[in-house]
Design a binder for this molecule. Structure first.
Ligand SMILES: [Fe+2]
Ligand SMILES: [Fe+2]
Length: 156
């Protein structure tokens, strides 16, 4: 955990960033397996286990609070579309689909771009716009999300 950047403190954003690292690692492992032409089933499942709960947590926490700010409407629509696409492709891919790597690889590229947008644009903007009450709501939503869908990165 970085000690210098406020974004990496143990806040809801720190939690989401830790999950991004986990997801990025798992996506990389999956790609390496696919590139080597090896069985990537375990890596696919590991990515899906981390990604599903993460999308849910962002939507219930940060997205829900920012939806109260009309100026974020277009932005949230774009990020929401990314989430829908991740669900339609990455979370729906099964072992049998691993043969059709192009769609999966395109989905992984989209996910990479999405995470960069959140890390470098969306999270910093959130820090500027949300007040303490909203952050408490986000933290509460994270606790509920963690209870409903334990995430590998936050449950050890
Ligand atoms: Fe997201
Ligand atoms: Fe995210």
């Amino acid at each position: 955990m970085c000690d210098y950047c406020g974004c990496r403190e143990l806040t809801p954003i720190g939690e989401l960033s830790a999950e991004h690292e986990e997801i990025t690692e798992r996506a990389g492992a999956l790609e390496r397996r696919l590139a080597a032409g090896e069985d990537a089933t375990a890596e696919l499942v590991a990515l899906q286990l981390a990604l599903g709960p993460h999308l849910h947590k962002e939507e219930r926490g940060l997205f829900a609070q920012l939806a109260r700010h009309p100026e974020f409407a277009g932005y949230l629509e774009r990020l929401g579309t990314d989430h829908a696409s991740a669900r339609a492709v990455l979370l729906r891919v099964t072992r049998a689909d691993l043969e059709s790597a192009p769609a999966l690889l395109a989905g992984l590229r989209e996910l990479e771009t999405h995470i960069e947008t959140e890390e470098f644009d969306f999270f910093p903007a959130s820090r500027l716009i949300l007040d303490d009450e909203s952050w408490s709501e986000v933290a509460e939503a994270h606790l509920r999300a963690n209870a409903d869908h334990p995430h590998p990165a936050t449950t050890g």
